[in-house]
Design a protein around this ligand. Structure first.
Ligand code: 5RP
Length: 259
């Protein structure tokens, strides 16, 4: 069953009781990410299958879920990357795959940009392909972000695209024809390109402007050799965004909560 609005409202009201009090002087992005990550973890209920995204904000979700699991919460996590699987195992969160649990109750993930319509750019951590698979499979998608991720228009960040190495040269040509500057992402502390958890390359595509994100997502997906892009426009109806700020946590599209 879908998460109806009333159900989410109830979860948000319950989460309201557990608002972490933020120290104004504390390091802003870390605290904001923690607030968002913890709030999402507090929306998880006993027995749920939970898609676990990747990145520093979801790290806090895993941290809080770990505490709750130690207190008796029973959940099954579906990790979206090797990094998340390693962290979740350390955190004693039981894990499974989409083969075992093809319809997670909820997926919790970070974002690089979120626009007012709750469309996203993701993929800084090169986990976008599995992240999109898990988000698509989940009944509800909860995005955790700090205020700096909120934008009026997508496109300041490059759009990452996961590409089959076999096809990278024709894909680069097709990407240029779509109007972007594509750059194969280079690894750090390894010579050569980033290799994703699926054995592919990441190409970061900088567009002068993104006027129609849905159309661009479709155009990118239509290129043979492109596995997925970091544009997430198709999940808006089942998306809740938890925005961590200095003194308050905002939950979109439903409500504003002052800490
Ligand atoms: C990884 C992602 C991340 O979720 C996104 O980059 C946000 O990361 P962070 O929470 O560290 O800012 O898409 O592929």
């Amino acid at each position: 069953t879908q998460f109806p609005g009333r159900r989410i409202t109830t979860l948000i009201t319950e989460a309201r009781r557990n608002i972490p009090v933020m120290d104004k002087k504390a390091e802003a992005p870390g605290q904001a990410k923690r607030a968002a990550g913890y709030r999402a973890a507090d929306m998880v209920e006993d027995g749920m299958v939970v898609g676990l995204g990747t990145g520093s904000t979801v790290y806090f979700t895993i941290e809080r879920l770990s505490e709750r699991v130690c207190d008796g919460l029973r959940i099954t996590g579906i990790p979206t990357s090797f990094q998340t699987a390693l962290r979740a195992r350390e955190a004693h969160i039981p894990l499974a795959t989409l083969d075992d649990c093809p319809e997670p109750d909820i997926a919790i993930d970070g974002a690089d940009e979120v626009d007012p319509q709750l469309r996203l750019i993701k993929g800084r951590g090169a986990a976008l392909l599995r992240e999109k698979c898990v988000a698509a499979a989940a009944k509800h998608f909860v995005v955790v972000a700090d205020e700096q991720k909120m934008v009026t228009k997508l496109g300041t960040a490059a759009v990452p695209v996961e590409v089959l190495p076999f096809a990278v040269m024709p894909v680069l040509a097709d990407l240029r024809r779509l109007g972007c500057v594509p750059v194969i992402r280079e690894a750090v502390r390894k010579d050569g390109p980033v290799i994703t958890d699926n054995g592919n390359f990441i190409v970061d595509c900088t567009f002068p402007a993104i006027s129609d994100p849905e159309r661009l997502e479709e155009a990118l997906a239509a290129i043979p050799g492109v596995l997925e892009s970091g544009l997430f426009c198709g999940f808006v109806k089942k998306t809740t965004v938890i925005v961590g700020g200095q003194q308050k946590v905002k939950i979109l599209p439903l409500t504003d909560i002052v800490a």
